[in-house]
Design a protein around this ligand. Structure first.
Ligand SMILES: *[C@@H]1O[C@H](CO)[C@@H](O)[C@H](O)[C@H]1NC(C)=O
Ligand SMILES: *[C@@H]1O[C@H](CO)[C@@H](O)[C@H](O)[C@H]1NC(C)=O
Ligand SMILES: *[C@@H]1O[C@H](CO)[C@@H](O)[C@H](O)[C@H]1NC(C)=O
Length: 269
């Protein structure tokens, strides 16, 4: 029988930082494999250093569903060779689309988000939950068709169920993930800033103080040349993220890192 090394994320440590924190990549390369239903899904990470907040957690975002968090043992990173890997199963049926991110224990990305990955066909059903309960959505975007670069958007919820608005993490495939800035809230709604650029697609993850989590599908970010870009996280990425087992390396690596804020942490000790 398969040993499933996953845990449905219900107890992610929550950092209460709302800003589009400059996400500084810690690994030079992260490679996500393709996956078939109940087959191996592997992630390789190399170069750089692991983040200080361990353990690493693989966050998987199936669209319009709930996220999966897979905690990676610290021993999966070999400091001598600067290589790490995890091989796991995903309890997702074939045809499911998802993105994945390798995170530190605070849920900050340690590199770029994967491309969109679709679970391929197979006859193996051993990893699937016996009853696939579609989680009841708790959060709803007021105007999902009307998201715009650096513009506010509203999230609606039942004030009898939710008293503290959720934290939102946005995942841009093959680009960064970030926590959305919340700019206001009222009974039954909260307002956030869309920190992604026009033309991009994002999937959102809602997490609240009760441990409830929910994901959206891919949403299109609109805007035009007049759109503010002040909210777009500006940190350069040292990391490349690749999918389907093709690997490429970042340019510059650690030597460029020294010039960037916070990078001394990366190369220290
Ligand atoms: C988001 O929050 C950060 C930190 O609180 C702040 O510096 C930044 O200006 C905010 N961005 C927007 C668009 O409100
Ligand atoms: C899946 O991964 C495990 C552990 O690395 C390995 O033993 C097994 O051979 C792999 N299975 C396939 C089909 O690749
Ligand atoms: C991520 O998106 C930003 C905003 O569109 C873009 O400037 C940047 O080049 C992208 N980064 C990567 C690694 O694709």
């Amino acid at each position: 029988m398969h040993r499933l090394v996953f845990a449905i994320a219900s107890s992610l440590v929550v950092v209460l930082a709302w800003g589009p924190r400059a996400v500084l990549s810690q690994f030079n390369t992260i490679t996500f494999s393709s996956v078939r239903q109940c087959g191996n899904f592997s992630v390789h990470f190399s170069g750089g250093k692991p983040p200080s907040a361990l353990p690493l957690t693989l966050t998987v975002i199936p669209f319009n569903s709930k996220p999966i968090a897979i905690v990676i043992p610290n021993t999966n990173w070999n400091p001598a060779t600067a290589n790490g890997a995890v091989v796991t199963f995903l309890p997702l049926p074939s045809g499911t689309d998802f993105v994945a991110s390798l995170d530190d224990s605070y849920g900050q990305g340690t590199g770029l988000v994967s491309d969109i990955i679709r679970v391929g066909d197979s006859d193996d059903t051993s990893c699937l939950p016996s009853s696939s309960v579609v989680p009841q959505a708790r959060y709803k975007l007021q105007d999902p068709q009307d998201l715009s670069q650096c513009e506010p958007y509203n999230v609606l919820f039942d004030p009898n169920v939710v008293d503290i608005p959720p934290r939102i993490r946005a995942f841009v495939p093959k680009n960064f993930s970030f926590f959305a800035n919340r700019t206001g809230s009222a009974s039954g709604s909260a307002t956030y800033i869309m920190n992604a650029a026009r033309g991009q697609q994002v999937a959102l993850m809602f997490s609240d103080d009760t441990g409830f989590q929910q994901t959206t599908g891919l949403l299109n970010v609109g805007g035009d040349s007049q759109s503010s870009s002040a909210c777009i996280p500006s940190t350069s990425f040292l990391t490349t993220s690749t999918t389907q087992s093709s690997t490429s390396s970042s340019q510059g690596g650690l030597s460029r890192c020294v010039e960037l804020l916070g990078c001394n942490l990366l190369i220290a000790d």
